[in-house]
Design a protein around this ligand. Structure first.
Ligand code: AQP
Length: 333
């Protein structure tokens, strides 16, 4: 069976970008004939310093968000990365397979490190080889991600291919990114050229999954737009990143195409569209955030769920790492 792996970094609260770009599709993938593995990637989070208390809280929030959105631990494996030490071990080997030149081309590192790359952690630089390890440790064939992760999944293929070639084996699969639908790149509400991020500076630039109805309405009301009304056809969104983003969010939340949304709202002003979008977002997110809050009231139960998931993950990961060590030539007594 095809195997799916994907993760979310506990570097802040979950956003609408995480929901539309990742979680919503992960839930749907459970209905396909695939084995699903979903992970709170805490080892990735600490590539930038995290307050330990916030990291624990963020990890539980991801678990609660996934469970509340419909990830079923009986059908999917759900765990946090650091409980399966094989991720870090395989990442080390991949650090030795990947080339410095490959890492130098990663645009996310450039974005996150900013002007002062010398001060970035070595872990942030090597992030893509840990991500390759996350995926290949399970021989995952499909990786559902947002558009921003496409380059990293392609690098994962390069690492797998180079490992297979260097050791003359056909061991690691060449993984496909699964990037589909209108929600794969949700943009910042205050600047349509940047993606919506958990850790962006201002809270007004993102919708958090735990935001209440008033906050969601306020954020959409204040979202940056141009003065023009919605166009008559979807082509009219070209060159209007903020308008396109709000239409795409509407489309993502209703499982429609942007064309269908434009057909419904052709020529409408923002005074009509924004409240409709806010109502829609609240109607979709409120049941999830209510359930998240209920789950977060019992952190010990969340921890147990993650622990059981980690146990299942290790049963897949351990033999694959062991075989990798044999291929590489590590002695085992
Ligand atoms: N804005 C987005 N639109 C669509 N998909 C998104 N994803 C994240 N932001 C958007 C997808 O969510 C999954 C988990 O991402 P992540 O949290 O592990 O990493 P990230 O993409 O670096 O997230 P952030 O929110 O930008 O975190 P910070 O600010 O801490 O760096 C991935 O599938 C991602 O594509």
């Amino acid at each position: 069976t095809p195997r799916v792996f994907s993760g979310i970094k506990p570097s802040g609260g979950l956003t609408l970008g995480n929901y539309l770009g990742a979680i919503k599709r992960w839930v749907d993938m459970q209905d396909e004939a695939m084995e699903n593995i979903y992970c709170a990637v805490d080892l990735h989070a600490v590539t930038v310093w995290q307050d330990p208390h916030a990291l624990r809280q963020g990890t539980r929030e991801i678990a609660a968000g996934l469970l509340a959105a419909g990830i079923d631990p009986a059908r999917s494996i759900l765990f946090n990365q650091s409980q399966v030490h094989q991720h870090a071990e395989l990442a080390w080997l991949f650090n030795c397979v990947a080339r410095v030149g490959w890492m130098n081309r990663m645009t996310q590192f450039k974005d996150k490190a900013g002007a002062n790359a010398e001060k970035a952690s070595l872990g942030l630089y090597a992030y893509p080889s840990l991500m390759a390890a996350d995926i290949l440790l399970y021989h995952a064939t499909h990786v559902p991600v947002g558009e921003d992760q496409k380059q990293h999944v392609e690098l994962t293929r390069d690492i797998a291919a180079k490992f297979n070639h260097d050791y003359g084996v056909d061991f690691f699969p060449l993984t496909e990114p699964v990037i589909e639908g209108p929600g794969t790149r949700v943009m910042n509400l205050r600047d349509g050229s940047k993606k919506m991020s958990k850790s962006g500076e201002s809270d007004m630039e993102r919708i958090n999954m735990l935001d209440d109805a008033d906050t969601i309405a306020k954020k959409f009301k204040k979202a940056k737009t141009d003065p023009e009304p919605l166009p008559e056809t979807v082509e009219g969104l070209a060159g209007r990143p903020e308008a396109k983003n709000l239409v795409d969010i509407y489309a993502g939340l209703t499982d429609q195409t942007a064309e269908a949304v434009i057909a419904e709202f052709a020529g409408a002003g923002w005074g009509k569209f924004k409240p409709a979008l806010a109502d829609l977002a609240v109607s979709k997110l409120a049941p999830i955030s209510d359930e998240m809050k209920r789950l977060l009231d019992d952190p010990a139960e969340i921890d147990r769920t993650l622990g059981r998931g980690a146990e299942k993950a290790r049963t897949i990961a351990a033999p694959i790492l062991q075989r990798t060590y044999e291929i590489v030539g590590f002695l085992k007594s």
